[in-house]
Design a protein around this ligand. Sequence first.
Ligand code: TXA
Ligand code: MG
Length: 332
Amino acid sequence: RATLVEVDAALPDPTALAAPARALAAGHLAAFPTDTVYGLGANALEDAAVAKIFVAKGRPSNNPLIVHIADLEDIHRVVADFPPLAQELAKTFWPGALTLILKRHESVADLVSAGLDTVAVRMPAHPVARALIRQAGVPIAAPSANRYTEVSPTTAAHVLDGLGDAIDFVIDAGPTSVGLESTVLSLIDSPPQILRPGMITLAQIAEVAPDVCYAAPTFLVGPENRPSPGLARKHYSPRAALKIVGQPSSLLQQMPNPPDCACILVDPADALTTSLAGAVRVLGRDPLLYARNLYAALHELDAEQFGTIIVQRPPDDDRWRAIHDRLERAQD
Ligand code: TXA
Ligand code: MG
């Protein structure tokens, strides 16, 4: 069973982080908070350490991982080339929820990149993540700290529920602030392509890289041509059947057993029309707050064993793109 280490999110105690940092450096696994979601970390320079991530998550090893650094000077341990556009993006968005795909440095473990000659890298905006990586003294490969295809964790309790038996340490610094995984941006070809939308939007990136675009939706291209092998359609799924609809009340009325359904709403006014449901969560009209609370709502409703989660379709503008992406991947 994992050892739980509680630290302050803003000012983590270095002595509390010493044991998990040593464990990481020695090739063991430790889960830690980032600005986006909790990550499952391993020494990115050692294949044997990285292999443990795939085993713990039950994740296919053709799905490459993100390498996390604490300080910009460490980028040269991870990438072979740090071109001017990447420097400009890093200056604007790091530390933060933007992952860059660049040419891989040969010292990065092969397994991290799943055999590609590229690598995903980011500097997370979380004092605990950065202190831990600094103390470990090596770049840290970390996918989200959940079992493969399950909902990503935004609290240490979510990590323990899913992976508590499979890892050595879980660092608890409370809930994460962004709540959805980082935006993944490939700088390998021109124009730069967003492979996975996140809460850093296309419009924000376009201020630095005006020709940035979205990669073609991965379900339109064959698995061999996917720019990001990890972008399988089925992903981020709760156990319950998830349905996205315009009007939750109409679907609820057609369900044989409404108390077995939970509703996730944008608008508080709709709570009145969904009172037949077993549970109702209102996440609101601010995409940043909605994203922050979405995964916790899915984890909670799953723990309460609802058979169906009915999600009111959120607004269409681009600030909601990552939310739509995750909801669609979670849908049955
Ligand atoms: O917010 C996040 O990004 C979290 C925290 C822990 O940092 N991490 C995360 O990692 O979501 P993971 O492994 O669940 O997702 C990594 C994504 C996958 O879609 C993967 O396919 C893509 O990044 N990726 C990684 N390396 C890549 C590469 N060399 N080329 C293309 N895509 C890559
Ligand atoms: Mg993940």
